[in-house]
Write a protein that binds this ligand. Structure first.
Ligand code: ADP
Ligand code: MG
Length: 477
């Protein structure tokens, strides 16, 4: 029998607000434990939550970007459960009436094909605290700094059919929330996390199989690996006559396997009910229109524009639009070089990205700003420096030795375009290699490459290669 894999993802994106969703404490990452939790976050009796409008704005922005319905009225609900990192005994979330409903997102699969994934809903909720087990003997610590941090939980339809599709969808959401500036996307710090719901069913069957939920997958690779393992586990189980039980499982990256954590709660176990401390969120058209105005150009639109306006290759464009700052950087360089966007793209995708990766530097902190790179490229275009030596100039710029012109001067890298000077070098090379000259005249055209190499070497790479070729041909014929 052949099996079909079915996957739905729940992604938690931490919203980039400065303060928490229901209190004024800071959301900054990395502070000493429990220094950023106030009475509301600690769940003291008698205190009341106050909704942070920025969190609402960011959620609406996301909803508009995925063409969803923005609920004119949505409601916060209490999800009741006990855990040490949740002092109130309930999490404030949204249940029956989420703020974002029924959107969709187009994803571009590695083979280039497009697929639309339905997004059932995206709702606002607060994060819980964190249990700490390291550096404590026979005890656990509780850090409530994260309690009350705003999250957007983005719930997909069960539309993905392979681990690769799931990882691609997650990447696309990650790219989108960063474009929108609603989430920093930092997975190490837990600002972007994912639960994967996985089931299998016999090929052709309509009804969904029983699913397992894989919790807290914090990298694209782990999502793919965890699902791969889980699909195989479920198929083996079913083929051996067993049954999949609905449960929550944890992925162990070291052993590359998933393990049962707990049987899955049903929604009614949580005793959801509308939070009596909070008013419904009521949004009018004017507010939604205002947020719509703030939407930036989205990745797919940017991609199409880069291909159409700059005539770039698709794989270069995919690299350039992967993040907004890189795309902006490219456009700034292309603006300086004007008529040669391909040259700009080559250098941004090549030398610049290489240097950033090598030194682990963020594009925003690039040691060569876009206008400086643009000026170097102009020097290639006007023949001041060869494309090859320009790389040397770039490295010096990266090392902070100055601007393009300055470095070309001080290092003596200016291209030799003076015909007389090149002819002189050519004459010397021909005189020193009489045997090869004879070979060429006997009809061996390949020797030309040898001469070009010798002349370039003699000129320390500075002779203009086009002129070298011309002069050599003339003198040899
Ligand atoms: P819960 O809130 O209990 O986690 P939901 O019904 O909200 O459950 O679904 C959560 C996620 O699980 C959604 O992304 C949904 O698409 C996905 N999902 C639901 N049923 C299945 C299934 N049988 N196989 C795979 N994914 C599923
Ligand atoms: Mg779930």
């Amino acid at each position: 029998m052949s099996w079909e894999t079915v996957i739905g993802l729940e992604i938690h994106a931490q919203l980039a607000t400065r303060s928490k969703i229901f209190s004024g404490s800071s959301t900054a990452y990395g502070a000493e434990p429990n220094t950023q939790a106030n009475l509301v976050d600690l769940g003291y009796p008698g205190v009341l939550p106050v909704l942070n409008t920025d969190a609402v704005r960011l959620a609406v922005k996301f909803g508009l970007a995925i063409g969803a319905q923005i609920a004119p009225r949505s409601v916060f609900a209490r999800k009741n459960y006990f855990y040490p990192d949740l002092p109130k005994g309930y999490q404030i979330s949204q249940y029956e009436l989420p703020i974002v409903q029924a959107g969709s997102l187009q994803i571009r699969l590695p083979d280039g094909s497009l697929k639309t994934v339905g997004i059932t809903r995206a709702h606002l909720e607060e994060d819980a605290g964190k249990s700490l087990h390291e550096n404590l003997q026979g005890a656990s610590g509780i850090d409530l700094n994260r309690a009350g941090t705003p999250l957007l939980e983005i719930v997909s339809e069960p539309d993905m059919r392979s681990p690769v599709e799931a990882a691609t969808y997650m990447r696309t959401i990650h790219q989108l929330v960063r474009y929108l500036g609603i989430c920093d996307g930092n997975m190490q710090e837990g600002s972007f996390r994912c639960d994967a719901n996985v089931s299998v069913r016999p090929q052709g069957q309509q009804e969904l199989g029983t699913r397992a939920e894989l919790k807290n997958l914090n990298s694209f690779r782990f999502v793919e690996k965890a699902i791969e393992f889980e699909v195989e586990r479920q198929i083996d189980l079913l083929e051996a006559g067993g049954e999949v039980v609905q449960e929550t499982r944890l992925y162990d990256a070291d052993r590359d396997e998933t393990r049962s954590m707990r049987s899955k709660e049903e929604a009614n176990d949580y005793r959801y009910f509308p939070d009596p401390d909070l008013l419904p969120i009521v949004l009018d058209e004017a507010f939604i229109a205002e947020v719509r105005e703030e939407l930036p150009e989205l990745p797919e639109a940017k991609r199409a524009r880069f291909i159409a306006d700059y005539g770039l290759r698709e794989d270069d464009v995919d690299i350039l639009v992967a993040s907004r700052p890189l795309a902006d950087y490219f456009e700034a360089v292309a603006g300086t070089v004007k008529d040669d966007p391909k040259l700009a793209a080559n250098w941004v995708v090549g030398e610049l990205s290489g240097a950033l990766n090598r030194d682990g530097v963020d594009i925003d902190a690039s040691r060569v700003p876009p206008h400086a790179l643009g000026e170097l490229l102009l020097r290639i275009k006007d023949g001041t420096v060869s494309g090859k030596l320009a790389k040397e100039v770039f490295e010096a710029m990266w090392a902070g030795e100055g601007g393009a012109d300055e470095i070309i001067d001080s290092k003596g890298l200016k291209q030799i375009t003076d015909t007389g000077a090149i002819e002189k070098i050519v004459d010397e090379v021909l005189a020193a290699n009489a045997a090869q000259v004879q070979q060429y005249r006997d009809g061996n055209q390949k020797v030309l490459g040898f001469f070009v190499g010798q002349v370039m070497k003699a000129s320390q790479g500075k002779a203009n290669p086009r002129q070298v070729n011309e002069i050599l041909r003339k003198k040899l014929s």
